[in-house]
Design a binder for this molecule. Structure first.
Ligand SMILES: O=C(O)CCC(=O)C(=O)O
Ligand SMILES: [Fe+2]
Length: 360
């Protein structure tokens, strides 16, 4: 073997860490070597000193009053919102991920040719089919790996296509915007990938670079089983930091960290928080919890475009002119300095069905 071949075949630092944290890997029995924001004090000493609480610059939305936001020293723009979602909120979003988003206009790995679903596909919902059970046959839910919302990510081309887009759920856009704001960013949600995992699943190291606009952060919500999240750098040669991700935690990859390698090498069986199990109030809640008992859901929200005046629906511009006040919307959409009230105003107008795509 030549020197060149040896260098080519040497596993990258990211790969080495993935193997360490995989099921049966060297760190499997000692996941305590990952930063655990729920128990910062109990994290290994070398990680404890990496973690820094973030002082919030403005009053968070009421529902996020109790959120604890952390940064990691030396990792630019990365924020971890520990226990961001209460058990009731976790149940709410898990229900959306199981009952609503896999149906039209959502697209899933089960949709024919990855196209927008037709009415015929939705005769029996994925969740309804799961509840009815289907004997020996595998249900669609057991094969569900991902769903896309808003701009539907085109997996083979690794890009978005203006013609493959549906309206982004306004409640999820608001959630992601609130979470981004608490982390010090602004985000106009246009696309989401919802990942469905079981304890054997992993997500390999990757960078999310398909979005032409890379200045808005990625907001990533974890529900269900706990996982190890690896956060590397701009190349696979940087040794990643390992983080423990629990149900209700949120990662915000902003600043430089927006472009960093990351992946999920491990999902922990039997790790559903007891408080979440206890939060079930109805039979329907119990069914959701039962599914979460053996699965993890990740909701990954992105802004795709740099939204400029040119891209705004006509009604936005009309409203700004009508109010006879400086029209801030272009600044809002270009940068991260916008007051939230202006962002909200934009959202109210932009979700009226007029769309805000740049179709060139
Ligand atoms: O499951 C996760 O926590 C990460 C998912 C992710 O990185 C992605 O969908 O791009
Ligand atoms: Fe990702």
């Amino acid at each position: 073997m030549t020197l060149h071949e040896t260098a080519m075949s040497a596993p990258t630092a990211f790969r080495v860490s993935e193997k360490r944290f995989r099921r049966g890997g060297e760190a499997d029995a000692t996941p305590g070597s990952a930063i655990d924001f729920s128990h910062v004090e109990a994290s290994s000493p070398q990680y404890k000193e990496l973690v820094e609480p973030v002082v919030l610059e403005s009053e968070p939305p009421t529902w996020l009053r109790h959120a604890r936001v952390y940064s990691i020293r030396g990792v630019h723009g990365f924020r971890f919102i520990c226990h961001a979602l209460s058990s009731t909120e976790q149940l709410h979003w898990a229900r959306a991920a199981l009952q609503t988003w896999p149906e039209s206009p959502g697209v899933t790995n089960l949709s024919p040719n990855g196209n927008l679903q037709s009415a015929a596909d939705t005769a029996v919902s994925v969740w309804e089919e799961h509840k009815r059970g289907s004997g020996a046959q595998k249900t669609r839910l057991s094969k569900l790996a991902w769903a896309t919302l808003g701009y539907h990510y085109q997996w083979s081309e690794r890009r978005y296509d203006h013609s493959k887009r549906s309206e982004f759920p306004s409640d999820l856009a608001q959630l992601a915007s609130d979470l981004a704001t608490v982390a010090g960013y602004s985000l106009q949600a246009e696309a989401a990938i919802v990942n469905y995992y079981h304890p054997g699943s992993t997500m390999g190291g990757h960078r999310d670079d398909a979005e032409p606009f890379q200045k808005a952060p990625i907001v990533s919500v974890s529900l269900g089983l706990s996982a190890i999240f690896l956060l590397g750098g701009t190349t696979r040669d940087e040794t990643p930091i390992a983080l423990m991700l629990r149900s209700g935690d949120v990662i915000v990859q902003g600043g430089e960290s927006r472009g960093y390698y990351h992946g999920v090498p491990r999902i922990f069986a039997d790790s559903l928080p007891a408080e979440l199990q206890a939060a079930a109030k109805s039979e329907e809640d119990r069914e959701i919890i039962e599914w979460l008992y053996t699965h993890r859901i990740n909701v990954n929200v992105r802004q795709v475009n740099e939204l400029t005046d040119r891209c705004l629906p006509a009604s936005v511009e009309r409203r700004c002119i009508g109010q006879e006040e400086p029209c801030h919307t272009s600044n809002v959409l270009r940068g991260s300095t916008a007051p939230t009230s202006v962002l909200k105003r934009y959202r109210e107008v932009a979700t009226d069905g007029t769309g805000s795509t740049c179709d060139d």
